[in-house]
Design a binder for this molecule. Structure first.
Ligand SMILES: Nc1ncnc2c1ncn2[C@@H]1O[C@H](COP(=O)(O)OP(=O)(O)OP(=O)(O)O)[C@@H](O)[C@H]1O
Ligand SMILES: [Mg+2]
Length: 415
């Protein structure tokens, strides 16, 4: 018997960890490679550690380290010293923020809106600044840069997230106001895309769900339940670009944002490490997300998949530099590399053999009182008392819709 312990590194959330724990109990024992494998999970705690300490959890799902640095540094030690498999590796997420993802996608010939990085508005806090600026900072004409991109445009932090510091800039007065307010944030100016759909793709390993996102709505209403909202071509590109960027950076649990107009797909935000998977945001898509997290973790542990930190970007660049290939050809070739990275075919075949019962059991469970209890507790913890009934009814309706739609099998993501 081989035991595999999955570590959960958590912040304030209770809903998806409980769902994950319940779903993991539906897995196994699994017979693979002449052995019997058993999987369990445990919530990790934060404590002093020696750099040489052993790590008991060969795989860790992290929802904490993007803001809490002690566990982040523990993750790095676990990756380097102990070979722990991480969703996600902090190495590339910490250093490759939104801006780096733009750069990678520009290099691959994807349709990133025209983007300019401008120097800080306020001087950085460093005694050497005055001399350095005097000697090396070139004066620049902000109005010219903006006029070149055209109004309206977006000004937003190079490493943004959560709408912090994002402004839509309609004219020069807006431009100067937004820049003055940016202070010590480093800002991009970005051309506006007139879009019909905002596609948000959540990826877990080789599984990608492309969702119709309404950024202007309150959180509980942002993910619309609508299937086939993109053209066949745009839907394929959305899946392909998401999987390609994730494989490029070795990101295995990430959400990606694209603005879509007709068949044109413009990626705008591709670095959302260990994204929100709360039941109160994902609702209809929540059972899929939890199933995928369990499936991918199980696959990685039982098949002995090794964590990967070598980006080997030249393989992508060789495709990018091929003058005989069209945009679609290149995207298909990148997708081939991404599917190789994620072992996509082997994964689905393996899940068919070893986890064939999982979707049905998850389906039963989502219809049970145990699941409803998680929903009730999450609603009680998330909303003020006078809104409980309204939100409980709202989410129960969406979960029921999922049950109705998936009577025969649980929702499979776009492939
Ligand atoms: N180039 C663009 N063209 C049109 N709209 C844009 C553009 N860039 C950003 N937006 C709008 O601004 C919003 C926030 O932008 P962005 O996603 O880059 O910032 P963020 O801080 O990551 O926000 P979030 O956490 O909501 O993703 C987007 O949801 C979109 O509605
Ligand atoms: Mg964003």
């Amino acid at each position: 018997m081989t035991d595999h312990l999955i570590g959960l590194l958590l912040g304030a959330e209770e809903d998806w960890p409980q769902a994950f724990e319940a779903t993991l109990r539906m897995v196994g024992p699994i017979h693979h490679g002449g052995e019997v494998h058993r999987l369990t999970s445990e919530r990790l705690t934060i404590e002093p550690f020696r750099l040489t300490d052993p790590v008991r959890t060969p795989l860790v799902i992290d929802r904490l380290a993007y803001w809490y640095y002690h566990p982040r540094e523990w993750l790095k030690k676990a990756a380097l010293v102990n070979g722990t498999y991480l969703l996600n590796s902090p190495f590339t997420f910490q250093s490759m923020e939104k801006h780096s993802a733009y750069c990678a996608m520009v290099r691959l010939g994807l349709k990133v809106p025209e983007t300019t990085l401008v120097p800080y508005k306020n001087p950085v806090d460093n005694v050497r600044w005055a001399y350095t600026a005097e000697r090396y900072n070139q004066p620049f004409d902000l109005d010219r840069l903006a006029a070149d991109l055209g109004y309206p445009l977006y000004m937003k932090p190079f490493d943004g997230g959560g709408w912090r510091g994002v402004s839509r800039v309609n004219d020069p007065a807006d431009l100067h106001r937004a820049y003055d307010e940016s202070g010590e944030m480093l800002m991009h100016l970005q051309a506006t895309i007139d879009y019909e759909h905002f596609a948000r793709a959540l990826s877990i390993g080789p599984e990608t769900m492309v969702m119709d996102f309404r950024p202007d709505q309150p959180m509980h209403n942002r993910y619309a339940v609508s299937h086939d909202f993109l053209s066949a071509s745009a839907g394929w590109q959305a899946v392909a670009i998401s999987r390609v960027v994730n494989a490029f950076f070795s990101w295995e649990f990430n959400s990606a944002e694209m603005l879509v107009s007709g068949d044109e797909v413009y990626p705008i935000d591709y670095a959302n490490a260990c994204p929100d998977v709360a039941i109160t945001s994902l609702h209809y898509y929540f059972p899929w997300a939890i199933t995928a997290l369990v499936r991918w973790s199980t696959y990685c542990l039982v098949t002995g998949r090794r964590p990967n930190l070598d980006l080997r970007t030249n393989r992508y660049f060789a495709i990018a530099d091929n003058p005989d290939m069209s945009y679609e050809d290149k995207l298909a070739a990148y997708l081939g590399l991404a599917d190789e990275y994620f072992e996509s075919d082997r994964y689905w075949e393996w899940c068919g053999t070893h986890l064939g019962h999982l979707e049905e059991q998850v389906y039963e469970w989502v219809g049970s009182d145990a699941f409803d209890r998680i929903l009730r507790e999450t609603v009680a913890a998330t909303y003020p008392p006078h809104e409980h009934d309204q939100f409980l009814a709202h989410f129960r309706g969406l979960i029921q819709l999922w049950l109705d739609d998936n009577g025969s099998r649980a929702g499979r993501p776009a492939s």
